[in-house]
Design a protein around this ligand. Structure first.
Ligand code: NAP
Length: 246
């Protein structure tokens, strides 16, 4: 009987949960999932799960060595650039196989009212005075918008923002992105939204973009950060194939 090899799954996305479930059923790997620990009530991953940072690249190298991991799958969010960079450096140092599970980005080539920007600073600057913006960039990326006292904001974050509403004008809602365009459209209409500002996360949160398109609401799409080169799988099935081949 072969002993399952140890796999570290850097989680924090729906795809990470799906991969954890598929690997558990397959039984070939002993999977440890890792969460940053930023969500107070994370969805159960169905495999052994640790929480919290590793302590940078050196900490991750130590953790991988101490627990005899044979491979790493980085299924963190496409904007979790620090973790992805740390994983790439640690795996290079230990010569461990690393796969990044990265869902394809959204695109609307040539669509009127769609503006691709490089970062949150550019997104904040692109909003016209008097705009009513729906901001779905995550609680950690609000700072660049603080200077826009001339814009009304509807902010959606997973968790409540400590200290209350952070801007001069607007309100917030908490919870997961809606998965139905009609629901997202109703929310935007209720608040008279003129601009959607969002990160190009890819994946199922596209309903808000569909809703914006249907209502002719302008979309400011923040591009993904540059990540170190790695082997990439676009979905869970491709990640399973990669793992199978190891
Ligand atoms: P980040 O900036 O790339 O990472 C900051 C630090 O948090 C890392 O250096 C690491 O600490 C720790 N960390 C991040 N992901 C971890 C994981 N899966 N397991 C253990 N430690 C982790 O990440 P972030 O943007 O703050 O995102 C944090 C988590 O939320 C990620 O797992 C990500 O998938 C998820 N998320 C992020 C976004 C987003 O827009 N950024 C959206 C949805 C979900 P050490 O250096 O101490 O190891």
């Amino acid at each position: 009987m072969t002993v399952p090899a140890n796999l570290l799954l850097l989680a924090g996305t729906r795809e990470a949960r799906m991969l954890a479930g598929a690997l558990k059923d397959q039984g070939r790997w002993r999977v440890t999932a890792s969460l940053a620990g930023v969500t107070s009530e994370p969805v159960d991953l169905a495999v052994e799960t640790r929480r919290g940072g590793f302590g940078g690249v050196d900490g991750l190298v130590r953790y991988l060595q101490d627990n005899r991991f044979s491979a790493v799958v980085d299924a963190t969010h496409p904007f979790a650039a620090q973790m992805s960079s740390n994983a790439a450096q640690a795996c290079r140092r230990l010569e461990l196989p690393l796969l990044r599970l990265e869902r394809p980005a959204w695109s609307q080539p040539g669509r009127t009212g769609w503006l691709d920007v490089q970062d949150t600073d550019t997104a904040a600057a692109a909003l016209p005075p008097g705009a009513r913006a729906f901001l779905t960039v995550g609680g950690n990326s609000l700072e660049p918008f603080r200077c826009r006292g001339d814009v009304w904001f509807l902010i959606r974050t997973l968790e409540a923002i400590p200290g209350g509403f952070p801007f001069a004008q607007g309100t917030f809602v908490h919870g997961m992105p809606g998965t139905e365009a009609e629901v997202e459209a109703a929310l935007m209409q209720e608040h008279g939204i003129s601009h959607l500002v969002t990160k190009n996360a890819g994946g199922p949160a596209y309903a808000k973009v569909e809703a914006a398109v249907s209502l002719n609401i302008r979309t400011i799409m923040i591009a993904r950060p540059q990540l170190p080169p790695a082997e990439i799988a676009g979905d869970v099935a491709a990640a399973m194939v990669w793992l199978e081949a190891l």
